[in-house]
Write a protein that binds this ligand. Structure first.
Ligand code: ATP
Ligand code: MG
Length: 330
């Protein structure tokens, strides 16, 4: 079976609808056909200064949300990045293979800094740690949202560069981006992606939001001054975003939605999108309530999965060490 690796940062108490539709639903459906590794990348989250108790809780909650969505720790390997030290070790070596100009071209760093995030060196080298996350597991496929395309390109470039010098060191991974469902925009600023650490509360649909708040947020989503309900991300990003949410959750094509909403107003569209979103989120929230009642069990699952992940990671790192000329560990 082919291997997949994917992960999310514990940068918020709740994942948002973009994380869910852009990544998590695909994770769940891929776990039978692939040998899947799913991580909570807590070291990445250190790029945003966070209270220790809050970080610990967010790591657990992020793992719990994977489980609530249907990730099965019997079939997939559930791990926490900080419990597998090989991630940071490989990141250093890959940093020594990354051009400064190349790293400087990453648009997500620029976007985050432009939106007020502190430009620490960790945030700058984040894509290199992400490359390490993926290459450590010989992953063939990486299910991610559209926003990660450039980072994945860097991962592929690094793998190919290393392989050119040391043949067959790394598996060169492919992005697995599901078309259409790939990107959910901020409700208040539909030209920007919905983001845990950047979006304002009103711009986010959190999976753990009270359904009443979700309805309120969708009703106050920014649209445009026309009246026509039409998919046109360039000129009508707000309306298009609502259509994408509806379509992905209901399984109705965007073209069918455009037809169904002909002659209707934005208020009608928002009301229906709110219904569809709430219907999807309610069962998720009740599973979360059960999982959060036993945090020790979440910690246990993470420790167990991380130990399993480490067996794979240590072998891949050892292989690279050997080719580089570093001394054997044992
Ligand atoms: P942060 O703002 O802290 O970077 P994030 O919301 O971007 O958080 P990540 O943890 O960085 O979330 O990414 C987790 C996964 O969710 C990735 O696969 C990413 O591609 C996907 N993702 C993130 N935001 C969106 C979005 N708006 N639409 C679709 N997929 C998304
Ligand atoms: Mg992100």
């Amino acid at each position: 079976r082919q291997r997949i690796f994917s992960a999310m940062q514990p940068t918020s108490d709740s994942l948002h609808l973009g994380n869910y539709l852009g990544a998590l639903v695909n994770w769940v459906s891929l776990q039978d056909a692939y040998d899947a590794f799913y991580g909570v990348v807590d070291l990445h989250a250190l790029t945003v200064p966070t209270d220790p108790a809050v970080l610990r809780e967010r790591t657990r909650r992020t793992a719990a949300q994977y489980l609530a969505a249907g990730v099965d720790p019997q079939r997939s390997t559930l791990m926490a990045q900080s419990l597998v030290p090989e991630h940071t070790e490989l990141a250093w070596i890959l940093a020594c293979h990354t051009g400064f100009g190349e790293a400087s071209r990453m648009t997500q760093f620029k976007d985050k800094v432009a939106k007020g995030q502190t430009a620490n060196v960790g945030l700058f080298t984040y894509p290199i740690l992400m490359a390490a996350d993926i290459l450590l597991y010989d992953a063939n496929l990486v299910p991610v949202g559209e926003d990660q395309r450039q980072h994945l390109e860097l991962t592929r470039d690094l793998a190919e560069r290393v392989n050119a010098r040391f043949p067959e060191t790394f598996v060169v991974p492919e992005p697995y981006i599901v078309k259409g469902s790939a990107k959910i925009q901020d409700l208040q600023d539909p030209t920007a992606k919905m983001s845990k650490s950047i979006s304002a509360d009103l711009g986010l649909i959190d999976l753990m939001d009270d359904p009443k708040r979700i309805v309120k947020k969708i009703k106050s989503a920014v649209t445009d001054t026309e009246r026509e309900i039409r998919f046109d991300p360039e000129n009508k990003p707000g309306v298009s975003n609502l259509l994408v949410m509806h379509s992905t959750l209901s399984g109705t094509t965007v073209a069918d939605l455009e037809r169904a909403f002909e002659g209707k107003g934005y208020g009608d569209l928002k009301a229906e999108v709110a219904d569809v979103v709430v219907a999807a989120i309610e069962p998720f929230q009740s599973r979360m309530a059960e999982l959060l009642a036993d945090p020790a069990e979440i910690d246990r699952l993470l420790a167990e999965g991380s130990a399993k992940a480490r067996l794979v990671a240590a072998d891949v790192l050892e292989r690279f060490h050997d080719r580089l000329g570093l001394l054997p560990r044992r």
